[in-house]
Design a protein around this ligand. Structure first.
Ligand SMILES: [Fe+2]
Ligand SMILES: [Fe+2]
Length: 163
């Protein structure tokens, strides 16, 4: 049933898995540099992308297809937070474009269930984009002080245990 939808859903899963890997990589490195807020944002977003894998997989199985579980690309080893946010925004923008297109394609093939899955993903990716965009705006507005503040907040959290 609906081989084209199954193909598109598997393509989406490959992009989502790539995003999970990339955002977890960013999460580790933000954590390591003491950028607690950014680190949490990347972690939370990675978990949501994992949820997207699940939604697509459920739909593929419903249609009688097989879940391929491959990744669409390797991790880019970026350590600078501004460059991380730049790539993250680009990934989200690409997902919004692809999923809108694929929703229309599913609709044209009279598969409204898969169309709805893609439309649901579009809502989430647009939110991810604006979350990353807001962080980027704050860095531009407050400069490196914004990041320095996060790293001070982080140190507070690691205060020595009471004697
Ligand atoms: Fe996603
Ligand atoms: Fe996303």
């Amino acid at each position: 049933m609906h081989p084209k939808s199954i193909e598109l859903l598997n393509k989406a899963i490959a992009d989502e898995i790539m995003a999970v890997h990339q955002y977890m990589f960013f999460h580790f490195h933000c954590e390591n540099q003491g950028y607690g807020q950014l680190s949490n944002l990347f972690m939370r977003t990675a978990v949501e992308e994992m949820g997207h894998v699940e939604r697509c997989a459920e739909r593929i199985l419903f249609l009688g297809g097989e879940v391929e579980m491959v990744t669409s690309g390797g991790v880019q080893k970026i350590h600078d937070p501004k460059a991380m946010l730049e790539l993250a925004r680009k990934l989200e923008e690409g997902s919004v474009q692809d999923y809108n297109k694929w929703a229309n394609e599913c609709s044209a093939n009279a598969d409204s269930g898969s169309k709805k899955v893609f439309e649901g993903l579009v809502d989430d990716e647009e939110r991810h984009y604006s979350q990353y965009d807001l962080e980027m705006e704050k860095i531009h507005k407050f400069g490196d002080q914004y990041l320095a503040l996060q790293s001070m907040e982080g140190n507070k959290g690691e205060a020595a245990p009471a004697a």
